[in-house]
Ligand binder design. Sequence first.
Ligand code: NAP
Length: 293
Amino acid sequence: MNVAFVGLGTMGSPMVMNLLSAGHSVSVHNRTRAKEQSVVEAGAIATSSPQQAATDADIIITCVSDSPDVEAVILGESGVIHGATSGSLIVDMSTISPGVTQRIAKTLAQKDIQMIDAPVSGGSEGAQKGTLSIMIGGAEADVEKARPVLEAIGSTVTHVGPIGAGQTTKAINQIIAAGTYWGVAEGIALGLKAELDMDKVIQAVGSGASASWCLTNRSDNMINNRYPLGFRVRLHQKDLAIALQTARELNLPLPMAAYVEQMENGLIANGHGDEDLSAIARIVREMGGISDD
Ligand code: NAP
């Protein structure tokens, strides 16, 4: 299968590596062209624009930051829409607004180009190991066309519903992550204040009903007060804003998600927006007067 891939960030680059390992031919493009080098050394073909990447591709994957960025790489000048041929399929793996997704799909359909939304969960570790959970919205036939490609990237590929349903599912995922990260940060703060052996605490609670991806993979960050990427705070704040907007449209209050989103605004204002989401623990630690030592 000829695959095009646009957006070689924390998630995109390892996804391309896994596509190459699975034997797919992959044309790539990244706005900052220097980031193409490592995947090109592994066998990908560099192209000068999303439009050029899409030429001759059966499936075009996009994985960029936010709704306006997906609009730019698909519909903008030199966007995918100008290179993709009739009958080709765009798979957007970015996390963006369900409403914007539906709008883009409508514009593409006028040129007989299909689209599915396929946001992911599982972090940079999941992207590297090819174990992402992929949540999909779109037509059944399009999902089945993309499945062999997506199975090289993720270990759980779930078709949830029509176009946009993948993004709404991702919003649900991010609401749950907000509560989990905040809860883990508060639990760790109590353990640090009580001067417990935190390795033993994490081992004990991680084997019970409080086990979570965050506890397993991010408690070290919170204990050591160091937050290497991972998943940027500003991207999770963007995702919670999408979740809150979607909930508002459905007349649903989400007080916990709103609280964590505001705390993340505070982190961004204080220069921590490009740290890993586990940096949420900074706020809890600071409120408790917990120092680094
Ligand atoms: P990232 O490391 O910040 O990379 C973002 C990518 O998007 C870069 O390649 C960037 O190009 C490109 N981009 C952004 N705006 C663009 C524009 N207007 N035009 C063209 N290219 C543009 O982000 P990431 O962590 O890979 O995340 C990508 C998507 O996956 C996001 O929607 C995020 O919410 C989602 N996601 C991330 C994680 C995670 O753990 N990181 C987990 C699940 C889902 P440049 O290199 O030129 O800046």
